[in-house]
Design a protein around this ligand. Structure first.
Ligand code: IPE
Ligand code: IPE
Ligand code: MG
Length: 250
């Protein structure tokens, strides 16, 4: 084990999330089609699950398709969807070897039927696995998730004896119970590849106290070493949650 791996062993994020960005620019820089970039990116996603499982990360969110990605050219959207439908079933044997449990975050109902089926099968086939949880964020938008929770909160309040009072007393903790995947831990580490420094509607609520890590590496070039660099950076951060450094250290 490399020294840097030993160092960050004890301070691993429980939940890491990755905005896997840069597939298109990676492809362009090689004179390839954007879809070839996505194909290579999908291979890296497959690897990163294995690396994260090896390292002992418990939950890994992978941003695969945002609610805004529907705005891309139709051919690209179609290509991304068929990649998912073809590749997800192929990964199942190695997911079993690594005891990976797939979960989905996002509304999959607008996706083509074959993609919905592949996703559901992947979740069902891995549901009893006991290793890393891989949360595939698919047609996911953080704002949409919050709005859905607000609707649930209103419904919940209306079912209480005094709805106004119930809403007035609503806490962030209670509200979080109404989010889509409230049993998943808040994000500890958010990695974005591809050089952009923005969140692009990823895990808005749960990134409240995430440590942010940006790298210029395009996603298809992302290696185990790059993951390790992100984990090392995470391990060196002081998470204060509003307190002072002295309070945190004592
Ligand atoms: C991320 O790579 C993949 C998805 C959004 C599905 P991009 O396709 O956004 O790559 P760039 O940002 O154009 O390089
Ligand atoms: C974010 O990347 C979405 C995914 C990685 C799935 P984008 O490339 O879509 O983000 P923007 O448009 O540059 O903000
Ligand atoms: Mg992009």
């Amino acid at each position: 084990m490399a020294p840097s791996e030993q160092e960050s062993d004890s301070i691993l994020p429980c939940h890491a999330g990755i905005i896997m960005d840069g597939n298109g620019r990676w492809a362009k820089s090689r004179g390839k089609s954007r879809l070839e970039g996505h194909k290579q990116g999908a291979e890296v996603a497959r690897n990163v699950v294995r690396w994260a499982a090896d390292l002992g990360i418990q939950q890994l969110s992978l941003y695969a398709f945002s609610t805004e990605n529907w705005e891309r050219p139709r051919l690209e959207v179609r290509g991304l969807m068929s990649l998912l439908a073809v590749l997800l079933p192929k990964t199942l044997p190695e997911m079993a070897d690594n005891q990976v449990r797939f979960r989905i975050l996002g509304d999959i109902s607008p996706l083509p039927n074959n993609v919905q089926k592949a996703v559901q099968q992947a979740c069902e086939a891995t549901a009893r696995h006991t290793g890393i949880e891989v949360i595939i964020c698919l047609n996911y938008g953080g704002q949409q998730e919050i709005v859905a929770a607000v609707r649930d909160a209103l419904q919940w309040a209306n079912a209480q004896a005094d709805p106004q009072q119930a809403m007035a007393e609503l806490t962030p903790e209670r509200f979080r119970q109404m989010m889509w995947r409230h049993d998943i831990a808040p994000l500890d580490l958010l990695i974005r590849t591809g050089g952009e420094m923005r969140i692009s509607n990823f895990h808005l609520w749960d990134a409240a106290y995430a440590e942010l890590y940006f790298t210029d590496v395009f996603w298809p070039d992302f290696t185990r070493h790059d993951l390790q660099l992100a984990l090392d950076a995470y391990a060196s951060r002081e998470r204060r949650y509003g307190r002072t450094s002295e309070q945190v250290c004592n």
